[in-house]
Design a protein around this ligand. Sequence first.
Ligand code: AMP
Length: 298
Amino acid sequence: MREVTTVGDVREIVDAARAGGDTIGLVPTMGYLHDGHLSLVELARDRVGFVVVTLFVNPTQFGPGEDLDGYPRNLDRDRALAAAAGADLLFVPPASEIYPDGFRTKVRVDGLSEPLCGRDRPGHFDGVALVVTKLLNIVRPDVSVFGRKDAQQAILIRRLVRDLDLPGDVIVGPTVRESDGLAMSSRNRYLDPAEREAAVGLSRGLFAAKAAWRAGERDEGELRAYVLAEIEAEPLLEIDYVDLRDPADLEPWPGGETPALLAAAVRVGRARLIDNVFLGDSDAGPAIGSARGGKGTG
Ligand code: AMP
């Protein structure tokens, strides 16, 4: 695995791989890799000949007072894990490489940026849209891979790629969880043992709602109540939101048999944790963000 820090080096190496007949995959991350990230590298590995992993803690997606400075970092560990998972190129740019002096451009996906996490993190998804646009233009992959754990982000990226004719198919991989159900996240590292134990209330509530859906429950208030009950049973958890949305466009869930994205966010200690489940026919959930003609699979 090679490692580079400049856009020019990425282009040169990727162009050479493409000229040699490889297809190209991109897995963008903020580093501090865990098995969730590595599952995306493996998904890319299955589909393409040359996998680029980016490690970039993107400043434009953090709001004032958020954890940009304290975000966990460990380049040596990430390097070893990415190489073992099958990455061919690690791109670790400094912020000045992505946002050089005088950078002025913004990217915004209207309508998908405001609900759910957009309410608590104004501007967050503009930063995500901007950095993903840049990374897709830098690497020009055949396939880019994102995680369903950040369902709103994945839905927004599908739309962004379609709207701006950005390169490649978008693949969305399933959420990888700890054995007790907690979704893996770099931010789990912030949790002390008591907080870690409480945090599982989030997935427990989402799974309870999913079980109720399978048993025929279709009342929005009742479905939300399963999640709220488990969160409220853990005094260390503070609710940001518990919301049902149409996974095609993040509009409020219309009810009935329409599949739903049930998403929630909590605060615990200094961490803000998010998780979601899909309520619908298939366990894995529908191809998120693509029910109305998006690109790719997942
Ligand atoms: P991050 O480093 O948190 O920005 O995440 C990088 C990518 O990994 C995003 O596409 C995330 O959705 C994905 N990801 C994060 N956690 C998980 C997880 N537990 N399972 C699967 N994918 C994940």
